[in-house]
Write a protein that binds this ligand. Sequence first.
Ligand code: GDP
Ligand code: MG
Length: 167
Amino acid sequence: MTELKLAILGTAGSGKSSILVQFLQNFFIEEYDPTIEDTYKKHAMIDNQTYILDILDTAGAEEYSSLRDSYLRKSAGFFVVYSITNRGSFLESKRFVEEIHRYKNKTVFPIMVVGNKTDLEFDRQVSQNEGMDFAKSLHCSFIETSAKTNTNIEKSFFDLVREIKTY
Ligand code: GDP
Ligand code: MG
């Protein structure tokens, strides 16, 4: 059994907590306290191997948090989440990827860039290609998800773990 620490970063409102709740408990919450920063554990069987995923859900990056600091140091992989309906959240993703690279002192690290809220196609402000190109330019993986319709949520976690394994 392998324990892996993961952390979810991204602009407030992009759907970090919703993605995590959908992955952990298979339901969608309309309102989740945006100030909660906490860690959650889940057992997952991925490619015939059992993992304990120990996941930090971040909130409000502006103040120093020792929990966040410790997880950024220890995490084996990261999600950087933006909303496809919010161009600003996409532009801010770069800052989060750079923060991880700085913490790890590496320019290549297992990071999954996540374009969330694909159920809101009518409100899309960031194309899938832009998301892909951005991720590629920073040597990250890329996936689009919807926490609401549970699209690609499990896949995003499994793919990140596979990437950690081969890193
Ligand atoms: P966080 O601040 O990044 O943790 O974002 P939350 O998970 O709290 O989500 C912010 C808002 O976006 C909430 O109202 C969620 O219900 C909503 N939301 C999150 N993911 C999705 C999604 O995939 N589709 C839609 N339509 N709404 C979402
Ligand atoms: Mg949250």
